[in-house]
Write a protein that binds this ligand. Structure first.
Ligand code: TEU
Length: 517
């Protein structure tokens, strides 16, 4: 039996608001995405993960879901979504949806009912409503976006929100909540969706009434696994569907518990994304990842970017390579040429490792973080909740440049919801199509080779110099990464299939990866 599609897939993340605008309102939509499916199929990816597309007041870019069974009107209709799924399948692309189980929108029917029904009602049991301590919140929990994690409602009770006040947390002790999400999964599986990305997956179980005992009161509580066993049972009722968890945990041993055979199929590897461009650290992350995944039979995943973190060419161009994902410093000195070189090398490394790879839209174009957005246009709640000290995540969510020499660069006909830098004229798909040395050309070439020779499987380290990572895959392809400051010789007698930079006289330059046949 052939391996399940997700084990070695390349999954392209579409942020629908910023991918392509089909109706000229400046916001990406399903019509724009449907038009561009040939681009994605031609790029050579296997699946699309779509960030939330549900009706939403957009207090957090759609992660405040008002209705889990419909499509945001700005994006289109349910009929268009069904057409998109069918067209994607015809183009050979699977579809992964983003499901947000930790919290709803404060505009969802359930939350409005809870507000109206008042204290002590069964409707309030689906969320976390509590009396305060006098005028103070029920406890001192802080929101991940900044400020208190509690907001008071007119009748005096407070409700819990680990993120923005517009995102009230569900109470997963409520059987209604458990049942609702099983039904939501079935709703989308019945419409042909191939997989589910589980948002903020480690946060669902919490007990705001418990006395603090030094443990984390809402991250990675034991009870969370029961939830995913239920989700897996629903998922296993359909052929070839998968669950991928957004499980932010500092410890791979804890992450592995989510990948047990009756829970999720895969999870994002944030250790790899967070790793500095340094050979020992990278090797350690790769080894730890393989060591935790292999015994479970779960394919590792390799992630360099997503809609929450600073874009790789900006990150890797910083003099201080020990960046952290939560570090969105803007204006930190960044060397663009160095960043591009390392991002190219990192991409070939990620694509050579055993398992699945995620590519965030614009990564294949080498887009930098847009650090100079006008403050008044910033939409990420982190910007305001942090008291305007953290610029937030808008800089990696700027609409894609497709063609032409000035904004909106073929994104649509209207003014994009976030402004695109004028310099992006050199980074459009059209410009890069014409340039064999472009980031896009590198991704296309790498994905074509990967289709034949890479994906899930095994690897073996090869002996190498101090600053070099070298390994051979089960297909025989060898990957060599030079993380040092001086050129290093490549193994003799091997053909260079692809390299992220110029290989001359058998020498691999600094910050460069080569694939050898
Ligand atoms: O993110 C979960 C999360 O905790 C972090 O990504 C967080 O948003 C960021 O690091 C803040 O510093 C998921 C989504 O990916 C994110 O876009 C949403 O905002 C968040 O959940 C809430 O739904």
């Amino acid at each position: 039996m052939p391996d399940s599609w997700w084990r070695g897939a390349v999954i392209y993340q579409v942020y629908p608001r910023s991918f392509a605008d089909g109706n000229g309102d400046g916001v990406g939509d399903l019509a724009g995405l449907r038009d561009r499916l040939p681009y994605l199929a031609g790029l050579g990816v296997d699946a699309l993960w779509l960030n939330p597309w549900y009706p939403s007041p957009m207090a957090d870019g759609g992660y405040d879901v008002a209705d889990y069974r419909d499509i945001e009107a700005v994006f289109g209709t349910l009929a268009e979504a069904e057409a998109l799924i069918a067209e994607a399948h015809r183009a050979g692309l699977k579809i992964i949806l983003d499901v947000v189980p930790n919290h709803a929108s404060d505009q969802s029917a359930w939350f409005r009912e809870a507000l109206a029904a008042g204290p002590g009602s069964p409707e309030r049991e689906r969320f976390w409503f509590r009396p305060g301590q006098g005028d103070a919140p029920p406890n001192d929990w802080q929101s991940i976006f900044g400020g208190p994690a509690w907001t008071r409602v007119p009748d005096g009770e407070w409700y819990l929100h680990l993120f923005a006040p517009e995102q009230p947390d569900f109470n997963w002790n409520s059987p209604d909540v458990v049942q609702e999400f099983h039904d939501v999964l079935r709703f989308w599986y019945d419409r042909g969706v191939d997989g589910i990305r589980i948002d903020s997956a480690a946060l669902l179980v919490k007990d705001p009434d418990a006395e603090p005992d030094g443990s984390d009161p809402y991250t990675d509580r034991d009870g969370v696994h029961e939830i995913y066993r239920g989700w897996r049972a629903v998922t296993d009722g359909y052929p070839d569907r998968m669950l991928v968890g957004e499980v932010w945990l500092p410890d791979q041993e804890r992450l592995a518990r989510y990948l047990r055979p009756d829970e999720m199929h895969t999870a994002f590897n944030f250790d790899f994304l967070n790793c500095a461009w340094e050979p020992h650290a990278l090797r350690k992350v790769i080894e730890t990842t393989l060591a935790t995944h292999t015994p479970l039979g779960a394919p590792p995943t390799w992630v360099l970017a997503n809609h929450d973190v600073v874009r790789p060419v900006t990150r890797y161009g910083r003099a201080d390579t020990s960046f952290s994902l939560q570090d969105r410093r803007h204006g930190a000195p960044t060397d663009r040429a160095l960043g591009v070189r390392r991002a190219r090398a990192a991409a070939l490394l990620a694509m050579a490792l055993p398992g699945a790879v995620y590519v965030y839209q614009g990564e294949e174009l080498g887009l930098p973080e847009v650090e100079d957005l006008p403050d008044e246009l910033r939409q990420d709640p982190i910007w305001t909740r942090s008291g305007r000290t953290d610029p937030g995540r808008d800089g990696c969510r700027v609409p894609l440049p497709w063609s032409g020499d000035r904004p909106p660069f073929g994104f649509g006909t209207g003014e994009p919801w976030l402004p695109q830098p004028a310099e992006w004229k050199d980074l459009t798909v059209e410009a890069q199509d014409a340039d064999p040395g472009s980031m896009l050309a590198l991704y296309r070439a790498a994905l074509a080779i990967r289709r034949e020779r890479l994906g899930d499987g095994t690897m073996e380290w090869l002996p190498a110099e101090e600053d070099v990572l070298a390994f051979t895959r089960d297909s025989g392809l060898t990957c060599v990464v030079n993380l040092g400051a001086a050129p290093v010789p490549l193994p003799a007698g091997r053909a260079v299939l692809l390299a992220s930079g110029p290989v001359e006289d058998g020498m691999l330059p600094p910050d460069t990866t080569a694939w050898l046949g």
